[in-house]
Each structure stands twice: as structure tokens, then as C-alpha cells.
Ligand binder design. Structure first.
Ligand code: UDP
Length: 459
């Protein structure tokens, strides 16, 4: 009897899951990691992807890829580099028809395993109506943290109570409903058209509530309170099964070539001595701020590995704003690369701290390696993540009110020196241990993953 049940379950697991990632680095990576995790559980995987930032199928020979035209013109693509909000809104409009066609075709294809459900990035909320019309369940993947998702879900309340739109004279006010956030930590952006943002978020929240489930790249012990609040408010099954990248090692989904010379450079540095600096794949800063970062790093006297992505500095191609002899002056103490193999960097014994923009992937990757952080959030959920790093998990400190070389130097010294830096590191190592444990048999993410597999198998 038990054997028959087991055999039926196995048969249902051998079905196809269709994934649709949002075509941005910080969203593609966790979606592909999740696809790998579910593939390891016996599902077949099809990735539907746009021409913008399409992943490299050669890195995933075990998946099937299905390309759709996203309908973005060259002007749209160019504008999207500086205006992510417009890009997200455009994708939710322009992808509807091509995606619907693709999904209908995939569902009608009888040659492979039958499809169980769509796993869609939560931001691509239009996929909810498409799934409904084609009668296939949709599970949302939110690639950010649970705490910031709750803050997004609270936007109607925040507007009603007058916290939003952001007003300069209220930035320091506490937001009682979302403690310990202050108004300036809310994941809003200063935009001439806030309605676009509210509409996008409303779509994301409403259609997530209408989904068959919600997956997070997070774990119970990290965001326990937020998860139980979400559970009450959303009334759909929630699966915190992260950290995804720690389930097992997979090939890199980097859209930019990684400079591996950074690892041989780290090999030559002393234990815990290096500050690793990266502001992720989208954030851009003004030239004057870039120079403050450069001098803050130089004056700190600590070795540093700094990712300066082409496009990081407004109006510059790459390093032109730096003084000509900047790196020579540092005698090998500084190393600048265009893009680093970040997971390898963070797990390297020479790295003592991470100065980050607090994108969710970077935050989680740092937590998983027990690396304390200096936080310089640039937009939306990064502010929430930074507040949690500094005031809830207390594994780092936030650089507030812009970049100044003196404050940067002080922050680096504080995080790298023994006493206070040691306390940050101790707590970070404690969280690292919790992240490791949650993936072990009986651990919260391991159990949640099994519930997800069982749940999907019933579709
Ligand atoms: N990343 C990387 N090399 C770099 C900088 C970043 O591989 O030099 C990766 C990083 O490991 C993370 C992702 O890019 O997985 C950035 O995602 P995150 O959510 O932190 O920020 P976003 O780029 O979305 O702002």
C-alpha cells in the first residue's frame, strides 16, 4: 500500500515545472538556483526567458530553454539601464502576448513530461492572469527578503497614514507599524511618477495573494517574525527554502564575465584583512561619491577588493574619474575589478568585511559566510535589508547620509578593528551556523523544501 503511494508520488514528481525569471541579475540567479534545487528532486525544468539578459543554456544542459520576444525596443532597453521601474512596468505589459503563446504551446506539447505549474518571479504579476486563462497553477518566487516584502505589502497603509509619499521633513520618523524601520528605510523611490511604483507593487501583492504558493530565498531563523506575519496576512502556503545557493554548488549564472584574478590576489592577503566592496548589478553613483569611496578606501589603510562595474559611475565608462596614479600609490593594497566571483570572494579567508549596497542576494551571501557588512543602500528593498543588518541581526553598520571619505574611513576601521568588529563578526558567524543548520535533514528549509515538493506533486 505504502509502496504504491510512494510510486504514485514519484510518478507525479517526474513532471515539468516551467520557470519565468525577471531578466535582471539579482532575479535570474536565485530563479535558476531554485530550478536546480527542484531538478534535483526529480522534476523536469523548462526556463522561459526574454531576449533581454537571456541566460546561457550551455551552463544548464539538464534544462530546456524557451525564448520569447520581450518586445522591448532599443530605446526601452537603453532607458531601462537608468530607470528600472519603467522596465518592470514595460515587461508586465509587453510580455503578456508572447508569454501567453509560449505557455499555451508548452502546455499543448505532449512529447515530454506533463507540466505541473509555473514558477514566476513575483514582480511579473501579469503571469497570474495568463495562468488562470490556461488553467495552470502559478507559484510566485520572491527573490527579495520577507521583511521588505511585508513593507511593500504595507504600502496602502503607509499611504493612508501619511508616511508615503516620502517627505524630507519626516525621513527620521519611526514607522511604528514596521519597527525598526524609519520613514527613510521604506522601500520607496523618489520618482516623478510614484503612481507607477504603487501600481506595480499592487499588482505584485494582489497576484501573489492569488497564487497557489510563495517561495522565498530566506530561512525561518533569519526572518521568523516576518514569516509568521506574512502567513497570517496572505493565507497561501509559504515556503522559505533558502539560502538557495547553499543547497549545492551550481554553475555560475553571471551575466558579466567574472574576473578570477581577484581570487589569486586574495590568496596573497592576510587572514580577515580585506574589505570587499560591491554595489551589485544595477546601482549607479555620482562621480563625486565615487571619489569619496576611493579616498575613504585609500585612507583606511586596509587592503580592499573593489568591484567597479562599467556603468557604476554616472557619466563614466569605467575608471576615468580616478586619479591616474591611484592604484600605484597604494602599492598593491587595492585591487579593482569589473566583476568578481562574489560567492568565492565572500568565502575566502582573507575577506574580513563586505561593503555592500544590501541587495538581498548579496546580504544573504554575506550572512552565509559569516562576513560582517558596511551597508550603503541605494534603492528600494536595500534600505530595509540594511536596517535589518544593522539593527536586528546586528552584523554590520550603516553608512548614513551619503558618502564622505572621513565617515567611510571610520566605518572601515570600526568594522575591521578587533573589539566592535569582533562583535559583528561573532554574530555573523552565529547566523552562518543557523543558515547551515536549516539545510541539514530536519532543518527548517530542508523540511519546507520537502513540503513544497509534496505540494507541487499534488497539482
Ligand atoms: N555579483 C557577482 N559579482 C560581483 C557583484 C555581484 O557575482 O562582482 C552577484 C552577487 O553574488 C549577487 C548578485 O550579483 O548574487 C547581485 O544581486 P543583489 O541582489 O545583491 O543585487 P542587485 O544586483 O540585484 O542590485
Amino acid at each position: 500500500m505504502e509502496n504504491t503511494k510512494e510510486a504514485q508520488l514519484q510518478e507525479r514528481i517526474g513532471r515539468r515545472l516551467i520557470f519565468f525569471p525577471l531578466p535582471l541579475q539579482g532575479h535570474i540567479t536565485p530563479m535558476l538556483q531554485l530550478a536546480n534545487i527542484l531538478h534535483s528532486k526529480g522534476f523536469s525544468i523548462t526556463i522561459v526567458h526574454t531576449n533581454l539578459n537571456s541566460p546561457n543554456p550551455a551552463n544548464y544542459p539538464h534544462f530546456t530553454f524557451y525564448h520569447i520576444h520581450d518586445g522591448l525596443s532599443e530605446t526601452d532597453q537603453e532607458a531601462s539601464k537608468t530607470d528600472i521601474l519603467s522596465l518592470l512596468s514595460l515587461l508586465n505589459v509587453k510580455c503578456v502576448e508572447p508569454f501567453k503563446q509560449a505557455l499555451a504551446e508548452l502546455l499543448a506539447d505532449n512529447s515530454g513530461d506533463p507540466s505541473a505549474c509555473l514558477v514566476s518571479d513575483a514582480i511579473l504579476h501579469f503571469t497570474s492572469a495568463v495562468c488562470k486563462s490556461l488553467e495552470i497553477p502559478r507559484i510566485a518566487l520572491r527573490t527579495g527578503g520577507v521583511c521588505s516584502f511585508l513593507a511593500f505589502a504595507a504600502f496602502p497603509l503607509l499611504l493612508e497614514k501619511g508616511y508615503l509619499p516620502l517627505q524630507d521633513d519626516r525621513l527620521e520618523d519611526p514607522v511604528m507599524e514596521l519597527a525598526p524601520l524609519r520613514v527613510k528605510d521604506l522601500p520607496a523611490i523618489k520618482t516623478s511618477n510614484p503612481e507607477n511604483l504603487y501600481e506595480l507593487l499592487q499588482g505584485m501583492i494582489q497576484e501573489t495573494k492569488a497564487s497557489s504558493g510563495l517561495i522565498f530565498n530566506s530561512f525561518q531563523q533569519l526572518e521568523e517574525l516576518a514569516l509568521s506575519k506574512l502567513d497570517q496576512d496572505f493565507g497561501i502556503p509559504i515556503f522559505p527554502i533558502g539560502p538557495f545557493h547553499k543547497h549545492f554548488t551550481t554553475s555560475s549564472s553571471s551575466l558579466i564575465p567574472e574576473d578570477h584574478s581577484s581570487i589569486s590576489w586574495l590568496d596573497k592577503q592576510a587572514f580577515n584583512s580585506v574589505i570587499y566592496v560591491s554595489f551589485g548589478s544595477i546601482a549607479a553613483i555620482q562621480e563625486k561619491d565615487f571619489l569619496e569611496v576611493a579616498w575613504g578606501l585609500a585612507n583606511s589603510k586596509h587592503p580592499f577588493l573593489w568591484v567597479v562595474r562599467p556603468g557604476l559611475i554616472h557619466g563614466a565608462d569605467w575608471l576615468e574619474p580616478l586619479p591616474e596614479n591611484y592604484l600605484e600609490m597604494l602599492n598593491g593594497r587595492g585591487n579593482i575589478v569589473k566583476w568578481a566571483p562574489q560567492l568565492e570572494v565572500l568565502s575566502h579567508p582573507s575577506v574580513g568585511a563586505f561593503w555592500t549596497h544590501c541587495g538581498w542576494n548579496s546580504t544573504l551571501e554575506s550572512i552565509c559566510e559569516g562576513v560582517p557588512m558596511i551597508c550603503s543602500p541605494c534603492f528600494t528593498d536595500q534600505f530595509v535589508n540594511a536596517r535589518y543588518v544593522s539593527h536586528v541581526w546586528r552584523i554590520g553598520l550603516q553608512l548614513e547620509n551619503g558618502f564622505s571619505r572621513e565617515k567611510i574611513e571610520m566605518a572601515i576601521k570600526m568594522i575591521m578593528e578587533k573589539k566592535q568588529g569582533g562583535e559583528f563578526r561573532e554574530r555573523a558567524l552565529d547566523l552562518k551556523e543557523k543558515a547551515n543548520l536549516c539545510l541539514k535533514p530536519g532543518g527548517s528549509s530542508c523540511e519546507s523544501l520537502q513540503s513544497l515538493v509534496n505540494y507541487i506533486s499534488l497539482f
